[in-house]
Design a protein. Structure first.
Length: 345
């Protein structure tokens, strides 16, 4: 029987980024967008279930409660591998959330390894060091329960750690650990197949990185601006690629209200354009737009590019490929490359 894997993450990006390592042909990898969506998502019988608890920015007590709630529809006996996905720099509520998961899982041994060797983030002397880490971050002190903190500086050391584990502990870590666990299960990533066409890009980010990417899109792409999150009543032509971008309306509309309006605009435009693929730039825009589209779970298909999980969702007009991208991620030509290679599979 194929091993079953459970990943609990404190945000959607983390859930996608950790679970994508398990994606492979014939393997069903699902992400529940909230604790309330766990039962429905688990009922699809995935091999890998990742859960977004949306708990990084709330109190420790509330975060633990959300983890506990997410686990109510599950049994620890159903999972061979259990992992608490934590922020690679241990932000948020790792202690409270891990303790809640450990109580449910009943696994006395806990192994914390937030190293991501591909990003040059290592664990040395019990602390996280490397790229993007200004000062060493002690690992064990970020947790309430005793945790083992192995020295890890490479993917090979991660692989040995998992291979040599005498039992199945509660694993605690980030992308580096999840990909190593996937390798241990014999998972190899599928080839890059590109997105289905046509593609709709929805940009809710004002980050200069994404704005540069939008400017580099092909000239024949339909462009729609949404001042303060709203557009005219013009209806996009179904079957044509397009880019929808939030812009400054010049008024005093609060940012939160503009974001709310833009999420509604994304959903309305997508229903009219009926794209086969949807690329949403900006994490908050993605979450809000998925709410408006009544999406409760995502099936991870592959990693379109490193750091860009390719998922599939069910919509009123059929299955749609979806990619979420943070505002500051990617080279200037990333979006143009994605659009021009769409439909090649």
């Amino acid at each position: 029987m194929r091993a079953k894997v459970l990943i609990i993450a404190d945000d959607l990006t983390g859930a996608l980024d950790s679970a994508v390592g398990f994606a492979a042909p014939g393997r069903r990898v699902m992400v529940a967008r909230s604790p309330e969506d766990v039962a429905e998502t688990w009922a699809t019988r995935p091999d890998v279930l990742a859960v977004n608890t949306s708990s990084r920015e709330i109190s420790a007590k509330a975060a633990a409660a959300r983890v506990t709630h997410a686990l109510e529809a599950l049994s620890p006996d159903d999972f061979d591998v259990v992992m608490k996905k934590v922020d690679s720099r241990l932000k948020g509520n790792p202690a409270a959330e891990t303790a809640a998961l450990a109580r449910w899982a009943g696994r006395a041994r806990q192994v914390a390894c937030p190293a991501i060797p591909e990003m040059d983030r290592r664990v040395e002397g019990g602390a996280l060091v490397g790229a993007g880490v200004a000062d060493p971050i002690p690992v064990a002190s970020r947790f309430d329960d005793p945790v083992e903190v192995p020295e890890i500086g490479s993917d090979a050391e991660l692989d040995r750690l998992i291979t040599d584990a005498p039992d199945s502990p509660l694993w605690i870590g980030a992308r580096g650990l999840s990909f190593a666990l996937a390798r241990q299960l014999g998972v190899t990533a599928p080839p890059d197949t590109g997105l289905a066409a046509p593609v709709m890009i929805a940009n809710g980010s004002r980050d200069p990185v994404t704005l540069t990417q939008i400017a580099a899109l092909p000239e024949n792409l339909t462009r729609i601006e949404a001042p303060d999150g709203t557009t005219s009543d013009a209806v996009p032509t179904p079957g044509q690629p397009l880019a929808l971008t939030i812009t400054d309306g010049g008024g005093a509309l609060p940012g939160a209200e503009a974001a709310r309006r833009f999420a509604e605009t994304i959903a309305r435009t997508a229903r009219a354009a009926r794209p086969a693929a949807l690329v949403i730039c900006g994490g908050e825009s993605a979450q809000a737009a998925l709410d408006r589209l009544s999406v409760t779970s995502l099936q991870i298909i592959a990693e379109l590019r490193p750091g860009l999980p390719l998922c599939r969702i069910d919509t009123a007009w059929g299955p749609v490929d979806i990619v979420t991208k943070s505002g500051g991620f990617g080279a200037p030509g990333l979006l143009a490359e994605i659009v021009t290679t769409a439909g090649t599979r």
